[in-house]
Design a protein around this ligand. Structure first.
Ligand code: DQA
Length: 146
């Protein structure tokens, strides 16, 4: 069984009602269900969300130790969490792929969203395609590492 960790940072548990004009009307469980339905047999999508930086870092450590590919929407941590970046760098060292995803395109938004401290250690970044950002990330992981 190949497991893909799909990790989500703060406030993403509020999708559905949180600024739907920016983030759409799907909830995170909706997104998780549609991702799980879209992967082939033998692939598990392990979707998690936390508002807690320490918990998110712990999940990245788990991915390093278990060599699980990661799709990460770091949410607001994208823009300032050096601790999350340092955790993500360990994936790079271990040769474990990391795809940074965003529902919106942060570059079209407020200036503080234009910087990602995560992108420099990510394998790649997909942003602006709503929940399809996650799907595209998983498609790439399956094609290149499946
Ligand atoms: C986000 C973009 C971030 O700037 C924001 O803080 C989020 C969501 C996105 O998916 O578009 O919480 O990561």
């Amino acid at each position: 069984m190949t497991t893909i960790l799909v990790l989500n940072g703060p406030n993403l548990g509020r999708l559905g009602t949180r600024e739907p004009e920016v983030y759409g009307s799907e909830t995170l469980p909706d997104i998780g269900a549609s991702l799980a339905a879209s992967v082939p047999d033998g692939v598990e999508v392990d979707l998690r969300q936390t508002d807690d930086e320490a918990e998110l870092i712990g999940w990245i450590h788990e991915a390093v130790d278990r060599r699980m590919p990661v799709v990460l929407n770091p949410a607001a941590f994208t823009h300032y969490s050096y601790a999350l970046r340092d955790a993500a760098a360990q994936l790079k060292t271990a040769g474990v792929p990391l795809v940074e995803v965003h529902l919106s395109n942060p570059h079209t938004r407020e200036a503080f969203r234009h910087t990602s401290v995560i992108s420099g250690v990510a394998t790649g970044v997909i942003a602006g395609f709503g929940s399809d950002s996650y799907r595209l990330a998983i498609d790439w992981l399956l094609r290149s590492h499946g």
